[in-house]
Design a protein around this ligand. Structure first.
Ligand SMILES: Cc1ncc(C[n+]2csc(CCOP(=O)(O)OP(=O)(O)O)c2C)c(N)n1
Ligand SMILES: [Mg+2]
Length: 308
């Protein structure tokens, strides 16, 4: 039996098999079940860090950050080829948070992975802090694109993908988009460009939580069938449950199998805005407000239990 210790949580690995996990300088092998448990424990830590930074800042966007917590965990702890000690490494995979207001989720994972001192999370949105309300690639180690004005991230990803291909670098660009965000026309200009150039190094993740700023997407501007839309634009599309770690891993496996097809890939993930906290889940108000002391205490207790 192996215990993987990390700050506040641990994972028990009772069997050793094929998959590898690297944590705190220890490399162990583990089964797929162990991997899911390990990633779920990391997602709990991510939610705790998100809630802490937004509560302490007194402002921020908890809803969209919590909705992204599970796939961001899977990407940074398992899927992406990255080196926290070398954030500008040319061969790395890139992650663009096009829905930049949800940056606490990326700040949290970067802090946990050691891109910068974890204690900096306590300075979110303060004057002089590197962690501003929207992510700045010139300030934060590990942020691959400055975002915040919705609709632009996929265009940036397409440009980066063309550049990487020209330089014969086999890295991938993951771009996380909000479902409200894809109402922006620029997203579809980027989508058709990616298809035209057969950019199989671009992966768009649609965080399909059904809520935008002040209300439900279906009421404000229905986005229709996201899978059919991206397919019509020449993309491969894989659907999945954005809060079921096992299913996220299945989606990523299928994504890797599709890569040789020479088409850009969209992961259409069903998510819940504010996921993990009962009073925030699927409640539009929690798009952009911070929990007070009492709400924070309850939220931290709830996320500790995981999502099951
Ligand atoms: C171009 C632009 N218009 C408006 C906004 C203000 N705004 C910030 S978040 C948001 C709603 C985003 O909803 P969605 O894309 O679904 O993200 P999520 O639900 O994941 O938070 C809006 C309208 C913005 N940041 N950029
Ligand atoms: Mg949304």
């Amino acid at each position: 039996m192996i215990l993987l210790l990390h700050k506040t949580s641990y994972v028990v690995c009772s069997t050793l098999d094929v998959q590898g996990l690297y944590e705190g300088g220890i490399y162990v092998t583990a089964t797929t079940t162990d991997k899911v448990a390990y990633l779920e424990s990391k997602a709990i830590e991510l939610r705790q860090t998100i809630l802490t930074m937004i509560h302490e800042a007194g402002s921020g966007h908890p809803g969209g950050s919590l909705s992204a917590a599970d796939y961001v965990t899977a990407l940074y702890y398992d899927e992406m080829t990255i080196d926290p000690k070398n954030p500008d490494w040319m061969e790395r995979d890139r992650f663009i948070l096009s829905k930049g207001h949800s940056c606490p989720v990326v700040y949290s994972v970067l802090a946990q992975k050691g891109y910068f001192d974890y204690e900096i999370i306590h300075t979110l949105r303060q004057f002089g802090s590197i962690l501003q309300g929207h992510p700045d690639m010139n300030k934060v180690p590990g942020i691959d694109m400055t975002t915040g004005s919705l609709g632009q991230g996929l265009s940036c990803g397409v440009g980066m993908a063309i550049g990487l291909r020209r330089d014969n670098i086999n890295s991938r660009i993951f771009v996380a988009l909000g479902d409200g965000e894809i109402q922006e026309g620029q997203v579809w200009e980027a989508a058709e460009t990616a298809a035209k150039y057969g950019l199989d190094n671009v992966i768009a993740i649609v965080d399909n939580n059904g809520i935008q700023n002040d209300g439900f997407t279906k009421d404000i501007m229905p986005i229709g069938d996201v899978t059919a839309k991206f397919s019509a634009f020449g993309w491969e599309v894989i659907e999945g449950d954005g809060h079921d770690m096992k299913d996220i891993l299945r989606v990523l496996e299928e994504m890797n199998a599709l890569r040789s097809k020479g088409k850009p890939i969209c992961l259409n993930l069903k998510t819940v805005k504010g996921n993990g906290v009962s009073f925030m889940a699927n409640v539009p108000m929690w798009h952009g407000i911070a929990p007070n002391a009492e709400e924070y205490k309850q939220a931290m207790n709830e996320v500790k239990g995981g999502l099951k």
